[in-house]
Write a protein that binds this ligand. Structure first.
Ligand SMILES: CC(C)(COP(=O)(O)OP(=O)(O)OC[C@H]1O[C@@H](n2cnc3c(N)ncnc32)[C@H](O)[C@@H]1OP(=O)(O)O)[C@@H](O)C(=O)NCCC(=O)NCCS
Length: 191
C-alpha cells in the first residue's frame, strides 16, 4: 500500500534518484533550478509517497518572489515542483494525491499564491491557470507560456509584467524564514 508523508532529510538521496529517473540529467538546466541554488525546499510542505519503504513519488515547494517590473515591488509566493512519480507507477493517482495533500498543507500554512512551470493539461484539475496574458518570466526570461498560478481570491492580480526571483538575499546561503531542516552547504539538486 502507498503511504504519504513529509519528506525527511534522509529521504534526499532517494528523491534525487527519482528525479533523475523522471526528468533525466538535463533537469538541472531548467529555469526553476536557479531559484533553488542554495535554498532548501520548504520541509513542512514537501511530501513523498512510499511503497514498501521505497520512495515512488515526490513533491517539493520553494520560496520565491514575484517582482512587478512596472511598479518595482516584490510579493511572496511559492514555487511548486518538481512533482514526479516513478515511471512504473504512473496513472495510479499518486501524483494527484501528492498535489492535493501538499496544496491543503500550503493553504493551512497561509500561503495564498503558488506558481509552477508545467502542463496546464495536468495542473488545471488542481485549480491552476495560465499566468498569461500577464507576462511573467522565470529566470533567463524563460517559460512565460508554461507558467501557471493558483491563488486565493483575496490576492491581488499578478503583475502585468514581472519576473520570478529567488526569495533569498544576494549572497545568502539560505532563505531566512520559510526553509526546513535540510543540511546546509550542499547543492540542492531539485528542479
Ligand atoms: C506528471 C506526473 C507527476 C503525474 O503523476 P501520476 O501519479 O501519474 O498522476 P495521476 O495518477 O494523479 O494522474 C494521471 C493522469 O494525468 C495524466 N497526465 C500525466 N501527465 C500529464 C500531462 N503532462 N498533461 C496532461 N495530462 C497528464 C495522465 O495521462 C493520467 O490520465 P488518466 O488518469 O486519464 O490515465 C507523472 O506523470 C510524472 O512523474 N511525470 C514525469 C515528471 C513530470 O513530467 N512532472 C511534472 C512536471 S513539473
Amino acid at each position: 500500500m502507498i503511504s504519504y508523508g513529509q519528506e525527511r532529510p534522509f529521504d534526499k538521496a532517494q528523491v534525487e534518484a527519482l528525479l533523475d529517473a523522471a526528468f533525466g540529467p538535463d533537469r538541472f538546466n531548467k529555469s526553476s533550478y536557479s531559484l533553488r541554488d542554495n535554498v532548501d525546499p520548504i520541509a513542512k510542505l514537501s511530501r513523498v509517497a512510499r511503497l514498501d519503504g521505497r520512495i515512488v513519488g515526490t513533491i517539493r515547494y520553494w520560496p520565491i518572489l514575484v517582482r512587478d517590473l512596472l511598479r518595482g515591488t516584490d510579493s511572496e509566493a511559492l514555487l511548486l515542483g518538481p512533482l514526479a512519480v516513478a515511471p512504473a507507477m504512473h496513472s495510479a493517482g499518486i501524483g494527484g494525491e501528492l498535489m492535493r495533500m501538499s496544496l491543503t498543507a500550503a493553504a493551512e500554512a497561509g500561503h495564498k499564491r503558488i506558481l509552477l512551470v508545467g502542463d496546464i493539461g495536468y495542473y488545471s484539475r488542481f485549480g491552476f491557470k495560465n499566468v498569461l496574458p500577464n507576462y511573467i518570466t522565470m529566470p533567463g526570461g524563460r517559460d512565460a507560456r508554461r507558467l501557471l498560478v493558483k491563488q486565493s481570491a483575496s490576492m491581488p492580480s499578478l503583475p502585468a509584467v514581472g519576473k520570478i526571483i529567488p526569495a533569498v538575499p544576494e549572497g545568502s546561503m539560505t532563505a531566512p524564514a520559510l526553509v526546513g531542516s535540510y543540511d546546509r552547504g550542499l547543492p540542492v539538486a531539485a528542479a
